[in-house]
Design a protein around this ligand. Structure first.
Ligand code: HEM
Length: 185
């Protein structure tokens, strides 16, 4: 594994200020999360289905979209339960989700707006059901942590692949990126 997923989880929880109070309110709302998860999945796959490129990926193989709806419901519910209190199991699961997306060629340009759809959709539902701002904030934070995992996987895996293929050191690679960025500005 390129990344220490547990350490990354801890760092992201600190960075997003994902507090024990956030965890408690999510866990207390886990049944509600599971109840609305199928509607969230509908909204999510309708959004993706409206994009030509993403629709093609989703329907590339037999049964993929069906499988994805089920895994989405699990994923959504896990944000509330935290699995093992957002510990090693949770971090490993999020890292694995990231890796799967890298493998199927899904990059930041797909994932960021997709996660925004989840945040918007769940926000509307929270408002329409009169749920608290605290639950809204906790959900937004955990969505951002999950998003960070998928994004980081893309970066870690592509960097590792380049380093392996070329034999370059990480330091050299980073310098080349910085030089490239400087030349493009
Ligand atoms: C908020 C962002 C997203 C979340 C939370 C999410 C969630 C998931 C989950 C939980 C899995 C299953 C992983 C496993 O099998 O262990 C998965 C797989 C997959 N996702 Fe996503 N996804 C997101 C964005 C996207 C986007 C933007 C696409 C673009 C089309 C996409 C396409 C796929 C595909 C093709 C698979 C593999 C399906 C297979 O098993 O054949 N996902 N996703």
């Amino acid at each position: 594994m390129v990344l220490d997923s547990h350490e990354f989880m801890t760092r992201m929880a600190r960075r997003t200020n994902f507090t024990p109070e956030d965890r408690a309110i999510l866990q207390a709302s886990a049944d509600w999360g599971l109840e609305i998860a199928p509607d969230m999945a509908d909204a999510f796959y309708t959004y993706m289905g409206n994009d030509e490129e993403m629709n093609a990926i989703l329907n590339e193989s037999e049964g993929r979209i069906h499988r994805l709806r089920e895994t989405f419901v699990e994923w959504f519910h896990e944000m509330f339960t935290g699995m093992d209190d957002w510990g090693t199991d949770y971090a490993d699961r999020r890292w694995r989700i990231g890796l799967i997306h890298v493998r199927v060629g899904i990059g930041p340009q797909h994932v960021v707006p997709a996660m925004a759809t989840v945040v918007n959709e769940v926000g509307q539902r929270l408002r329409s059901e009169g749920k608290s701002d605290e639950l809204h904030d906790a959900l937004s934070r955990i969505c951002m942590i999950d998003l960070a995992f998928i994004e980081q996987a893309y970066l870690e895996i592509s960097t590792a692949a380049v380093l392996k293929e070329t034999g370059w050191t990480e330091k050299l690679f980073k310098r080349m990126i910085a030089t490239g960025a400087a030349a493009s500005t």
